[in-house]
Design a protein around this ligand. Sequence first.
Ligand SMILES: *Cc1c(COP(=O)(O)O)cnc(C)c1O
Length: 228
Amino acid sequence: MTTKINKQRVNIRENLQLTQKRIESAARTAGRDPHSVRLMAVTKGVEEARIVPALEAGQRLFGENYVQEASGKWPGLKTRYPDIQLHLIGALQTNKAKDAVMLFDAIDTLDRPALAQALAAAMQKTGRRPPLSIEVNLAGEAQKPGCAPAAIPALLQQAENLGLVVRGLMTVPPAGKNPEVYFKELANLARAHGFNHLSMGMSGDFESAIPCGATVIRIGTALFGARH
Ligand SMILES: *Cc1c(COP(=O)(O)O)cnc(C)c1O
């Protein structure tokens, strides 16, 4: 047995099918319509040549963590596959807001007033208006991005004042804890604020995010293999 993943042996098409089956099965078990859960392929650290097989297999929803990395890979791919939906799922610095607004079709990591301001200015300048989700930091982890649950109402009010479209919530639960508690909490927050976009669940825990109401799950490792 080897612990290193041989990139050549990762069959992305097969992994996509397998993951899709697991999504469908988790949805059915939870009494949900399988089409109500979308698979976002997370391609941080995945080079263009390994993204293409996912595109060829029909995958169109993608997530990237870093503006700079995404800027190198996606403009060319978007020309070849115009119906790609590319989401930013990593922390965004205000000085990259304009680049992010130009490249991404949605930004899922709005988490603070200064960023709302920068995004509004970038949208004004570029004329592009990618929809936003608020990233929520449910466990108050200092090293992690995300808005505290109690700060959501003020951030939403500010977004509304700036004319920003916020349509959902996303979260990454704390490592080493039962994620279900956090998935349920995010679902409750979404309900309280009238959102039906709920991005939660990754390779290791998506099957427990689906019964809690996830509408998007973000999968990297299970599709592309371990990151180096
Ligand atoms: C890397 C990443 C993922 C994918 O994680 P896997 O465990 O590889 O599936 C999902 N969401 C965010 C925010 C990430 O940074």
